[in-house]
Every structure is written in structure tokens, then in C-alpha cells.
Design a protein around this ligand. Sequence first.
Ligand SMILES: [Zn+2]
Length: 1052
Amino acid sequence: MIKTERILHLKSCRGRKVRVVREHYLREQVPCYSALCQADCANDGKVLPADLTHYVVPDVAVVVDYLEILEFRELQGIVFTQTACQAVQHSKGRRQYNRLRNLLKDPRHDCVLFANEFQEYSYCPREKGESQEKWQTRCVYSAAVWYHNHLAGMMDVVMITEDQDAVAQYSSLNSGVYVISVQDFLQNFWPELQAAHDLYSSLSQALQEKESEGSQREFAEHLPAEVLEAGIKSGRYVKGSLNINKHHNEAFIMTEGLSNKSTDLSCGVLVCGNKNRNRAVHGDVVVVELLPKSEWRGKVTALVEGQGEEKGGEENQSKPMPTGRVVGILQRNWRDYVVTFPPRDGTQSQSRNSQRILAVPWDRRIPKIRISTQQADALQDHRVVVRIDSWESTSLYPNGHSVRVLGRAGELETEVQTILIENCIHVPPFSDAQLREMPGNSPEKPWRVDPAQVAERRDLRETHLVFSIDPRGCEDVDDTLSVRSLAGGKLLELGVHIADVTHFVAEGSLTDLEARSRATTYYLADRRYDMLPAVLSADLCSLLGGVDRYAMSVLWELDAHSLAVNKVWYGRTLIRSSYQLHYELAQALLNGEQAEVAELAELGPEERDAKLAQLTQALEMLTHVARHLRAQRDRGGALELEGVEVRAQLDEERNITALVPRQPLEVHETVAECMIYANHWVARKIQETFPHQALLRRHPPPRQEFFSQLVDIAAARGFAIDTRTNKALAESLDQAVDPQDPLVNRLLRMMATAAMSQALYFSTGLESQDQYYHYGLALDRYTHFTSPIRRYADMVVHRLLTAAIDVDRGAGPGRALASNKELEETAQHINNRNRAAQQAQKMSTLLFQCLYFKERDPQTDQRCVADAVIYSIRNNGVLVFVPEYGVKGPVYLRNREGQVVSAGQDGSCEWQSGSIRQYSDHVTTTSSGGSSTFRLFSHITVRISVRSTSCHADSLNLEVISNKPHAGAEPQQAQSQSQSQSRSQLVQEVVRLAEEAYQQAQEKAARRPKLSKEEKEFSQSKTPNLYSLLEEVRELALLDLDGAARVCATTA
Ligand SMILES: [Zn+2]
């Protein structure tokens, strides 16, 4: 090891230049991380493969300015030098540096870090008079040469740099290293990778523009970091994340810990207008200074276009609240944004080269972004992914660059891709490397049970009647059930057998990393993106009928009479499911109806009857147990919440003819109850074995103020809703039934759902045990175990359960468990991805609803007219729910011209000049035609149309046409042939996709909120409070940020 001195010129935070002398140690052995290494480097971890055509060593400026290009997974064999990494850290800040570190850590990216400045033979000290940039480039070049020599010339090494002098200088040295520009590199090595070429030109364009910025100040400068910090400490400033209201030009700061004790900031700080927001973008962590009390303002509460429902509570108040202005930004949380290049109508700023376009983000909370491009004309009306580069105080808008073009706005694929990007959902096809990890299974070489596994697992193939009950056409069967009588009928054994996914997916493998990063399977209205490759999700991990499969099982031994638990067994098993039933079939068997069981079709009548009797008996036993379990939880205060699911109904030609609610069956609840039971017992097991590092799921009690709207509205109808406990809430909801109108109870339940907190995954080490409670399910501990094919949380739980079983055997967990901190990170990540999955699903549902109505003429097509119920009163309109389509939205009673809706004798409505007045349970308009009243829970008739904007998503528009209930006209027969031929291409595509979506929708159906049967609603107060929703469904419902909007209907 050689000791030398290294001189650093650093800038202090106050901008003073400091000269620092550091001891610098050089080593002979610095790992090269190449599979070709002949020198016994200590290459642990990620290694560059030997079978590449070349390695790439990017220069400092390339890493700093073009990192996004190096992020393409296609680019392999990248060597990042320590010199370049340090430069990123110093010049680009933490955000960009973390991005680079993540890239280096990610095994799916073929790149390594070379500590060139510690390597004796590659290090070069800076020479007198040499500029920092020249020296850095020399260091990188020297590192490239070192690689070439170290690998004995077996691998070509390419250095890429934007410094033309360096290209000329180093190319002539004949060192064996190629030195070329980024552009030449892309053209020569990646001529087909158009996306990288586009990104390069966009980035270099943005860099050039940056140099020609104006100098007039548009915003106040941000305060230096140390001033912000001191201000927060002293309580002068407040720190929090900026949340912009998409309907108004106002934003809220969600405060993190109250720094200012004297003021009540618990409901946040209001920031009004652009100037006060001072270049902060939605999601940024900012520091605000409170304005004097005289300048405090209230929130805007009027309905605005496209607004859904918000959580109850303070929303209706408009009294002044703490108001402030942004003085600094602690952390930028910029992501990829979808923008639309507006039509070039001459109003665009025609600056110097007329190539700077103000693109409009799809997300209304994001400011317009200035993009420099040479394709401005070609990109008109296209949706494009962009990234923000900077926002100087001299600029009204942030500057950015385009990343890739999605397609023309309004086209289905463009819109679906937009939804994915806006929710940061990244679901590329599984890579070859990932697929190579999968077990083989082909007709020539079918997958077989491993004899070693037979020895290790409990074999249930001969002893247990195992079956599955799923939606029709389900491919990924992750749960199966068994039930049998023991000890001459004294005991009952209930079994839940779940696909053993973690047997096939090793922790830390590429497949595991991909599954973790997705965290869930994403279900959109017309398609899904799987968390695991199909060979697992649809085949080897799918517990199909008649084939041997590995499972993770929980077996309960119950007292046949009291159903008390005698003992529980957890472990790995080998099963063969005898029947793959669907819900309707299972229910038919239970009801004693004639039903065809495919598995028995080949048998003779006697044998068939015997088997059928055996199966039916098992189903009855299961129903009996499930009813008991449910009753047990109901006593604890479990909630029955309400969601709506709507399915697209297709005609013979597979056109969407109607959106209809789905029918629930008791067998749904039976299966759900068994799954809840398994999840609960697994939660107990892993929490007891690993008290500080188990992954559980909790559902915090709701904040009481969110219930105020529910309580008030119910009171308006004469019902008392008690929200003090979940039990009281459940019981009072059961009582709140209007025999004349079953919708009243449904609406109240939907509001209760909307008021709920989200259910969340967490690590047990983080919370005290009283925080583990699951409010909605009324269970002291809960987790997710039963769907490892489509939820990563379940895979984590399977691994924990395996480790717990090992501990029981005295073996100790087979491997190091994730620490509490690591587990909590995983939990946060999964929570975040679940929110994204829900948002995307909601958006895609709205997209398809809009497509459905877009093709219909609202003036003539009866399907555009529907019954609606008023569930909230505002000062310029009401919020309604349309049961037929599961749509929720605002209906305006006063328009922008100041006219109000006036209803005639027959109920028909028209606009007239007049006034409007809001009361607690109704709103009244007065005009020359008299006064009209719109009451809570009253039925009105609305017309549904689509409001289109080119830059954002379409939305549904509800317009009142009568203040009386809809006459209930049956939807008319499908329109004539000629009209269906004139359907736009878009809808033809929707319909084609709907066909494929049908199967997927069936699978999804079981996981989603169910619409209660009419009969059931009428008799709700008489029957025991049974769960009508599947567990996952309910979990989804509880998850949503603004649950009400979710209830706002889903097409299948
Ligand atoms: Zn080596």
C-alpha cells in the first residue's frame, strides 16, 4: 500500500473555497468485478459477464449529464469510476447520487463500480495548472486503460466522453482503448435502440438551452439550507410535504411533527397561488414561513368541475386557517411526468429558435414544463414522458427534457401507458435472465415432483379431499381448501393450502427482486400485469385440479361441536386438488341444484353420485364452520362495508351493452372467511416466533372527524350512527335501513368506507402490540398469507412462516431474517405500490367508462339517462351516486352564468336566472318558475355525458334533467348494424380487448367489492351480520386514500 497526499478544493456551504489535504492510500489490489479476471481480484457481488463484446467506461460529464441513458437495461458492461461517482455526488446532489447507487446495487443492471482512485496503477495525481475537468477525464481514461491491461486485452474497452479534445487526444495513443462520443457510441453499438437516441438528443438540447437562460427574477430565492434548518428548529418555519389541490390554485403543507406549538397546525398550512408556492412541485418536501394572521385564508369549498367526494370533516368549513409561503425546498420528489404537446396555435412563446414548448402535464397538480425540442410539430397532440431538470428563480416554468413518446392522445394504448407512468408503475416483460431461473416445464420435459421434496413434505394426496373455489376461468389458483371429520365425528379438521411460491422463488434471485419491485399484480380494466412469470403464476404454483403441487398448509383441529381450536399445524405439504370449482357451481351444489361437475363427467352414475355426495358434504361442513367463524368476529365488532363492483356485460358480438353490478353468493363469504382465518393464525404464529420482525397488516381505527359527515347525513334521515367503536358502528349501520329504499343503507356504508383509514403493512418491531389491531376485521393480529402469486407481502410472510417452522424444529431459522428496519422498508414499499395499483385501476376504470359513454349520443340514447341518489349537499350543487353504473360525481345546480336549475311540475329541469341556498339536508333554488328543492337521499334523473380535454383524462359529466326518480326505462335494444359499423377505431379496440379482459375480470371479481343483492338489503337487519365482501376486497376498500372515489364504480 502506498501513501500519498491528495489535495481537494471544496466549497463550503457559504460558498467559501477551502483547500483540504487528505492522506490517500493506493493499493495494488482493487477488485475489477469482471468474470474475465485472471488476477484473483476479490470480486464478490455483482460481476460483469465474460460474454460481452465490450465494456463501457463513461467519462465524468457523461455520468453527470446522461445518466438516464446509462440506465437503459440494454446497455451492458458499464464500469462507473469512483471519479465519476464522486462528481455526481458533488455536482448533482443526493437525489441523483442515490439514483446512481441504486443502479449499481441493482443486479438486473449490468454495471459495476471501480475504485480507480485507490488503484495504484490507474490513479493519476492532478497536475499543476490542469483544470478539474481535464484531470477527471484523464483519470477515467487511465481507468479504462487499466481495465484493458488488467483483462489482458481479452475485452474491448470503450470510453465515452462529450469532450471532443479528449476524443482526439486519446484516440491517437493506441492504448487499446476506444475513445468516442456518446452519439458515436449509440450509433455504432446501439443503432436499433431508438429510445436512447431520442433521449440523447433531448438531453443535449436541454443542456444547450440551460446555458441561454434569462436573468429577470420571477420568484424569491430559496433560503440557504442552514437558515432553513435553524428556522425549523426555532419554530419560525414549518416543514412538510406539498400537496396541491388539483381543482383550485391552492396547496397544503402536511406538517411533519409540529414545530410551532403555539399555533394549531394539525390540519396543515395553506399555500395560495403560484408566487407563494415558490417553484415547489406537488410532492416536494418544503419549508414554509407562516404569514401574519391577518393574511390567513380559508379553503375553497364550492364544487368544481370533475370533483369527486372528499373525506368528510372540515371540508365544508371555510374559516381562515394557517397560511404561509414557501421559503425553501428540502427535497425534490420529481418523477416522470406525462405531458401533452399542445396544438401550435401561435400563442406558444416563440423564443430565439422557436423550439421551446410549454407542455401541459396530464396531472393537473404539476405546472407546465418547458421543453426544448426539434420535433415540436411532429409531437403536437401527442403524449410524451418528460423529466424536470431544473427550476430557476428566473423562470416562470420549470425546464425539462422529453424521455419518450407514448403516442397520440386519446388512443387507448397511449392512455393506458399514461396511467401506468403517472402511477410510477414499471412493468417491462420479464427478462431472459429472470426466465432462466424458472423451473422447466414443457410437453417434452414436464415438471415433476422431486422425490427429495416428497420426503420432506407432509403428503396429503391420499388422505385429504382438497378442492378450490374460484371465479370461473381462473388461472392462478393460489388457495385450496379441505375439511374432514376425525375421531369418529368428535373432531373436525379444516385445512387451507396455499401455493408454495417461495419454494420456486429464492430470496434475492432476479425473479424475487422483480416481484419485490412490482409488489403486486396490477389489474387494469382491460388487462393485468403479473407479479410473477406465467410459468409460476398460471402453472407450477397454480393449484390446478388433478395435478401434484407443493403447498404451504395450515391445518386446524377443531372440536366438532363447539368448533374450538384444539391444535394448529403449519407446514409444507404435497397436495393434489380433486375439484377446481367455480363459485356459481359450488353454490349450486350447496343449494341442492342440478349441477355438472366436470371432474365427474366420465364416471358411471353410481360412482358419480357417491363422489358428488362426498363433495357436497364437504362444502356444507365448510359453510357451517365459516358461519361460526364469522359470527365470532361479528361479536368482536367486524364491519360490513360497502363497495360496488360493476361488470361489463357483452352481447353475442362481444360489444359492451351494459355495465351491470355483480351478484354475491354465500360461498364467496365462506371462502373469504377461511382465508381470513388462515391469515390471522399465520399472523399469530410469525408474530409469536419473531416479535420484532414479523410482517403484519394493521387497520387503524378511523379518525372520528371523518365520520361527522356520515353521522350528520344519517341523522337527516332519522338514523343514529354510533362511531365510538367498530362494534357500535357495525350495529348502528345495520339499524340504518329504510325499508322503502335499500340504497340508503348502501350509501351510508359507502360513506363509512370512505371515512376509514387505510390498512397497512408494518414490521412488528416498529409498533407496540396494541397498535396491531385490525379494525375492519376486528382481529388482534392479521397478515397476508393466502395470495403469494399476486402479492409480495404474502411471499415475505411465507418465508417468515418457514423460518418459524424451522425454529420449532429446533433448527433455528435457515437464514438471516430481515431486520426490523429492512422489513419496515419493504412494508412501506408495498404500501406505496398498493396505492399505485389502486389508483391505476381507478383511472383505467374511468377511462373505459368514458369510452362507453363517448360513443353514445347523450341527447338520444336512453342508456345515457339514469337514476341518481343525492348523498351530499354543497353550496352550488349536490353529489350523487348512480347505482346503475356505479358512478359518483357532482351535479351542478348553479352554472357559471349564475343561472340555477329550476324544476317544473313534471319534474323536468331547465336553467333559469335565480338564486340558490344551501341547508343542512337540502339545497333550494329559486327562480321565476318557483322554487325547487333537492334533498339528501332523494332520487333524481341525470344525463351522463363525457367531458373531453386533450391534455388530461376524460371525465364523466352528470347533468340533472328531472328532480324526480328515473322512470326506469329499460335500456333500449342495441343500435342498428350500420351504427355499430361506424364506431370509432378506439371503441372497436376496446371491444376486442374487452373479450380478453372478460376472463381476467372473472379472476379479479372475487377480489373486489361485491354489490349486495337487493333481497339481502331488504332483510339486512333481520339476518345475522354476515360478511358480504371478500377479505381482499374489503382490504382494497380500506386502502384507498379517497375511498369514496373508488366506490365510484369499477367496470370489470
Ligand atoms: Zn481483476
